[in-house]
Ligand binder design. Structure first.
Ligand code: APR
Ligand code: ZN
Ligand code: ZN
Length: 361
């Protein structure tokens, strides 16, 4: 059997997205059919639309999603029909070198659904990040579904599928922020704000938010920043040093992805501190540093991949904290929108006045 549902498709490079009817097959072995309840709009969806990620048009966009499992294919044990799940990009294999060494976020053999979703004329769709959840139903690998507490709102839960997990994980998994630490977060968009929320969860004593936009700094305060620095007005390295007794922060999280902010992160840390790089640079960007500074400063420089998360460990835990009122995921949902408003949400993203627009179905 197949299912005909409405979905948001990017048909060609740079063209506005369109609402289309797509055909979703019943799940085969190892697959799950998910009735999507909510899906956040992320920069990556826009990058797909602009042809910045691959040329495999048409794309079925959307990848920060939560929903209910409608049916599962043969051999599926991870989830069952009726489960409320958060989707993740990568069903890890559990057997490759990275998985066996306890770093499944670097898994070499992640998989997605094997069957293809199509347009009604049979054209195969490429689902964004192997998900494609701006759709009433989507087909994924069962391992991409993590069951969480049904009491959570779908709009909030779905955010764990991408940017918010990347930020929280940068603080709690990659940066290993500890009780009493001082933390600086450079760039307070959705990812940086999530890093701030993560640092607060981990018990950081000081959380210094750095951004060039005062509106962003105001939101950062709501999520847990104890100090804010506008780096257009004040040198952020000096400011972070001053706020940490002259030492620099124990953990600095970079959530912009530019050479100048990578440099600030490098110098804003304490001598034995940790720099966590979450912001994704472009291929031509370069950073020159005096080797003596690289050698002379101890500590570590780490990049964070999807918050170094293990969905089956981290999603249910974070949803529990959310339901207990200890993690404000709702604060990331600036607006909820309908499926045919995704193009408008892309425009709003450019203006920087939303953390997340979330499609609710
Ligand atoms: N210094 C400080 N902050 C800056 C600077 C700068 N030079 N330039 C931009 N910013 C701020 C913006 O004002 C904004 O608040 O960085 C923030 C970026 O936020 P978003 O554009 O909303 O991006 P976000 O979704 O948070 O992602 C940030 O993390 O995962 C990566 O690919 C993602 O590289 C991106 C980064
Ligand atoms: Zn693996
Ligand atoms: Zn995303």
């Amino acid at each position: 059997m197949t299912h005909q549902v409405r979905a948001v498709v990017a048909r060609s490079k740079g063209a506005p997205v369109s609402l289309e009817t797509i055909v979703v097959p019943d799940p085969g072995p190892g697959e799950a059919l998910v009735k999507v309840e909510a899906c956040g709009v992320c920069h990556t969806d826009l990058h797909y639309r602009e042809g910045g990620i691959s040329d495999d048009f048409p794309f079925l966009l959307g990848h920060e999603a939560a929903g209910v499992v409608e049916s599962v294919g043969e051999g599926v044990t991870e989830v069952a029909p009726g489960d409320f799940v958060v989707l993740n990009w990568r069903a890890v294999c559990g057997n490759c070198r990275a998985c066996l060494r306890g770093r499944p976020w670097y898994c070499f053999a992640t998989h997605n659904a094997k069957q293809k979703m199509t347009l009604t004329d049979g054209t195969e769709l490429s689902p964004a990040l192997g998900i494609g959840a701006f759709a009433e139903k989507t087909l994924v690998a069962a391992g991409q579904c993590t069951k969480v507490d049904r009491a959570a709102s779908a709009a909030a839960a779905g955010l764990l599928g991408c940017g918010v997990m990347a930020g929280i994980g940068a603080a709690i998994n990659t940066g290993q922020v500890g009780r009493g630490d001082s933390v600086a977060v450079i760039g307070c968009g959705g990812v940086g704000d999530a890093a701030i929320a993560g640092a607060r969860l981990a018990g950081a004593a000081r959380i210094i938010a750095v951004d060039i936009d005062d509106r962003k700094l105001a939101t950062a305060r709501k999520l847990g920043a104890t100090h804010t620095v506008n780096s257009k007005e004040t040198d952020p390295v000096d400011a972070v040093r001053e706020l940490t007794g002259g030492f620099g922060a124990d953990v600095v999280i970079e959530a912009v992805g530019r050479p100048e902010t990578y440099r600030q992160a490098f110098y804003a840390r304490d001598l034995a501190g940790t720099v966590v790089l979450v912001g994704v640079p472009t291929p031509e960007m370069k950073l020159e540093l005096p080797l003596l500074d690289v050698f002379g400063r101890g500590g570590s420089l780490k990049s964070s991949w999807y918050g170094d998360c293990l969905p089956s460990r981290d999603f249910p835990m974070l949803i529990d904290l959310y339901l207990q009122g200890r993690l404000d995921l709702d604060a990331f949902v600036t607006e909820t929108i309908a499926l045919d408003d995704v193009e408008k949400a892309f425009e709003r993203m450019h203006h920087g006045d939303v953390l997340r627009s979330v499609v609710v179905l």
